[in-house]
Design a protein around this ligand. Structure first.
Ligand SMILES: Nc1ncnc2c1ncn2[C@@H]1O[C@H](COP(=O)(O)OP(=O)(O)O)[C@@H](O)[C@H]1O
Ligand SMILES: [Mg+2]
Length: 287
């Protein structure tokens, strides 16, 4: 990181040697998608920002991306410039009111990124679905017919470990955990890992943790450095090398309704999310 004072030129914020992840080769054909759920039951940790920014970076590398807004707050939809009122949303598909998932998919201003929007209606979904048969498998079933059209599907989860998040984890091949570099964040991860393990045992044996990505890291504070050190001690290589620094640029990009990679292509954060995309591709989490 540019503002890094403690680490040397060859050591990254995780304490590991800095690696250069290669620019990925163009894909000759697209799909079938790997599905990645961005999960953390704590709000405000950078799930939505990471979903949108990672999609922006992946689109630059020629990957086709389907974004699923799975939070009734609809921040992903808004952040992608998609209006989510009076259109079919993921909620309509989840409750069976919209039978054709393709009717819920909207193009975005960025070539290669499509969005299934959400709005406040989705807050009624858990109550509505509780009596359904195989209620944990609904999202997985909805996404199956469109997987061949995309290289990756990113699901932006709501801040809870309830039925919607369990649906996301059941539909996913991998989980990416954005983790704010803040002390109390650590306690939440144990609970999240517990939920992931239960879903793995009971619903989705192939589910993998693709990585923990540290967000809102401020290298100038001892606190952030200590938290990151403890996360790396506890989770080892699951913690990605790429660490997202704290910056005020993200709210501006959200207001503009476009990923940071498009809004401020040369900003350090745009470069960091490109690095995250390259790291996930080189780990095999994304094609
Ligand atoms: N790296 C960052 N530095 C500073 N602010 C950030 C960063 N990432 C996200 N934010 C801001 O923090 C707030 C919460 O982020 P968000 O992505 O919406 O979190 P979540 O989806 O986990 O609730 C938003 O206002 C967002 O613009
Ligand atoms: Mg969010």
């Amino acid at each position: 990181m540019a503002s890094e004072s403690k680490t040397s030129a060859t050591t990254g914020p995780t304490g590991r040697p800095v690696r250069d992840f290669p620019v990925p080769e163009a894909l000759e054909s697209h799909g079938p998608a790997r599905v990645i759920a961005l999960c953390n039951q704590k709000g405000g940790v950078g799930k939505t920002t990471t979903t949108i920014s990672l999609a922006g970076a992946l689109a630059e590398y020629g990957r086709t991306v389907l974004l699923v807004d799975f939070d009734p707050q609809g921040a992903l939809s808004a952040g992608m410039g998609i209006q989510s009122h009076d259109v079919p949303t993921i909620y309509d598909a989840m409750i069976g009111r919209e039978k054709d998932i393709r009717q819920t998919i909207q193009p975005s201003a960025i070539a290669g990124i499509h969005v299934i929007p959400a709005n406040i209606d989705l807050s009624a979904a858990e109550v509505h679905l509780v009596s359904e048969v195989a209620r944990e498998n609904i999202l997985a079933g909805l996404l199956r017919p469109v997987l061949d059209d995309y290289d990756v599907v990113l699901i932006d989860c709501q801040p809870s470990l309830g039925l919607l998040t369990v649906n996301a984890l059941t539909a996913a091949h991998g989980v990416l955990i954005p983790l704010e570099c803040e002390f109390f964040a650590l306690r939440g991860v144990a609970l999240l890992v517990d939920t992931i393990n239960k879903v793995k045992e009971r619903l989705n044996p192939a589910l993998q943790v693709d990585g923990i990505v540290a967000t809102m890291y401020d290298a100038r504070t001892l606190h952030a450095r200590e938290v990151l050190e403890r996360v790396v001690d506890g989770f080892g290589d699951t913690v990605l090398d790429t660490v997202i620094g704290r910056t005020v640029k993200f709210p501006d990009a959200s207001v503009a309704g476009t990923p940071i990679t498009e809004f401020a292509p040369q900003h350090a954060s745009a470069h960091t999310y490109r690095e995250l995309a390259r790291e996930l591709i080189s780990r095999g989490a994304i094609a």
